[in-house]
Design a protein around this ligand. Structure first.
Ligand code: 5AD
Ligand code: SF4
Length: 454
């Protein structure tokens, strides 16, 4: 990394900003809220980091590589003339490392944790005045109350964080330490934000939380509701076409939520349900509190409620002590479930987590080999899932432009990307009917139906 220690930051109050988010969708959401807040204070968004007066690096601490990227990104913010923007490190690295960041590199002006970013404007003032600008509080007054209401949205699909934090303490995971305990946003706040997003033109809302299905709230009639109750209420918002939620924990998959998959038409047939390993011994060492069998039985119930549901998951290879035979159990689970998509990672020891001190840390080369085999098995399932949609007619939500004029990319109900030659017949944000004519490992090709093309 080129440490831009010698580079000089301009002293004037920043007029332009650039927010760069790493990691999970919750960070993407936080990044959008920060941008909206800075915009509401009269600052304008700059397309590129180096040109902006203020750069917010909204970081991820989940694995080592994610942390390394932050420091190399800071190095790259040095401009040709030796100057640099004001730099704020936000997100989970900020929470985990706090003032250590400003000790490690003088180029960082502000450190702000994920529960404190509504205070960014005050921290900018502090930095300009030469005061320490480090805020990793987890204040009792929610940041959500201090942020400006949601306004015009650039996208047809939006994230909405409804729950934060985690009480599960999986032994490998840093989230309970960086994001704190499980907290649900109040019913009215969530419903109002959803309404504001729909009024701003959003057609699809993805409800977010580290344990989104642990969300609970009290509705306007005083009844305690779970995520399924919230989904049923959002279902009644006219203008909203699609509802999704992520990420769920198997233990919080209630009967009510499973039933919602059977009878809420706007709830998309997709479930991201991380399992992490197919070996009961490893699941126990991970403190996952479900077994391979209880997970499989849960999936059976979900599939009974919604037979066409697409399943997705997260996997870790090389957890301390994982033997070849235990890894084979993960492979066999992947083949048994046949996921429509899944994320897989090499175990990365996180400072302060129990697994980091466990015996039997697995060699990097063994992890590489296991990851390759696992990803090949996941890829096979994904390709098969995509191929099974060829010949189907479906509605897709158009999200962005393709590579050449007239080509648009939309999402299927099963979260697949669908490329379609729409010409002038459709625009981003439209829901259009297509016939699936081809399938690749990562996307589908669609053709407008005769009705749509006319
Ligand atoms: N090492 C590797 N992967 C991890 N994950 C969480 N912590 C670690 C870690 N220490 C993965 C899990 C989780 C996803 C968000 O990241 O699979 O579900
Ligand atoms: Fe981390 Fe486990 Fe909580 Fe997921 S459930 S955020 S993996 S501790």
């Amino acid at each position: 990394m080129t440490d831009p220690k010698q580079s000089v930051r301009a002293q004037a109050a920043p007029q332009t900003f650039h927010v760069k988010s790493f990691g999970c969708q919750m960070n993407v959401y936080d990044g959008e809220r920060m941008a909206e807040m800075l915009g509401a204070r009269g600052m304008t968004a700059a397309a590129d980091g180096v040109d902006a007066d203020l750069v917010v690096l909204n970081t991820c601490h989940i694995r080592e590589k994610a942390v390394d990227r932050v420091y190399s990104d800071i190095g790259r913010l040095r401009r040709d003339d030796g100057s640099r923007p004001m730099i704020a490190v936000a997100g989970c690295v900020a929470q985990a490392e706090g003032a250590e960041i400003t000790r490690r590199t003088k180029a960082v002006d502000i450190v702000v944790g994920p529960q404190a970013y509504h205070r960014l404007p005050g921290l900018i003032e502090d930095a300009l005045a030469g005061r320490a600008a480090v805020d990793t509080d987890m204040p009792l007054i929610s940041k959500f109350d201090a942020l400006p209401a949601r306004g015009r949205q650039a996208r047809s699909s939006a994230f909405l964080t409804v729950q934060e934090g985690c009480d599960k303490f999986c032994t490998y995971c840093v989230v309970p330490y960086t994001r704190g305990a499980e907290v649900s946003r109040p019913w009215a706040d969530v419903v109002n934000e959803a309404r504001a997003l729909v009024d701003a033109g959003v057609r699809e809302i993805t409800l977010l939380g580290q344990n989104v299905n642990a969300w609970t709230g009290v509705d306007e009639k005083g009844r305690t509701q779970g995520l399924d109750g919230l989904i049923r209420t959002l279902d009644a918002l006219s203008g909203l076409a699609r509802i999704r939620y992520t990420t769920s924990h198997p233990n919080d998959m209630t009967e009510g939520l499973i039933r919602a998959h059977a009878d809420v038409a706007k709830l998309m047939p997709y479930l991201h349900l991380p399992v992490q390993s197919g070996s009961d011994r490893i699941l126990k060492a991970m403190n996952r509190s479900h077994t391979r069998d209880s997970y499989l039985r849960l999936l059976e119930r979900v599939r009974a409620a919604r037979p066409d549901i697409a399943l997705s998951g997260d996997f870790i290879v090389g957890f301390p002590g994982e033997s070849d035979a235990e890894f084979e159990e993960t492979l066999s689970l992947v083949r048994e479930v046949s996921y429509a998509a899944a994320f897989s990672f090499k175990y990365s020891p996180r400072p302060g987590t129990p697994a980091a001190d466990m015996d039997g840390q697995v060699a990097a080369q063994v992890m590489d080999e296991r990851l390759q085999r696992l990803q090949a098995a996941i890829g096979d399932g994904q390709y098969a899932f995509n191929q099974a949609t060829v010949g189907k007619r479906m509605i897709i939500l158009l999200e962005r432009n393709g590579r050449h004029p007239g080509q648009l990319i939309g999402k299927s109900p099963w979260l697949q990307s669908v490329f379609v030659e729409a010409g002038d017949a459709a625009r981003i944000g439209d829901m259009i009917e297509v016939d699936i004519v081809s399938a690749g490992p990562n996307s589908l090709g669609g053709a407008l139906t005769a009705r749509q093309a006319a």
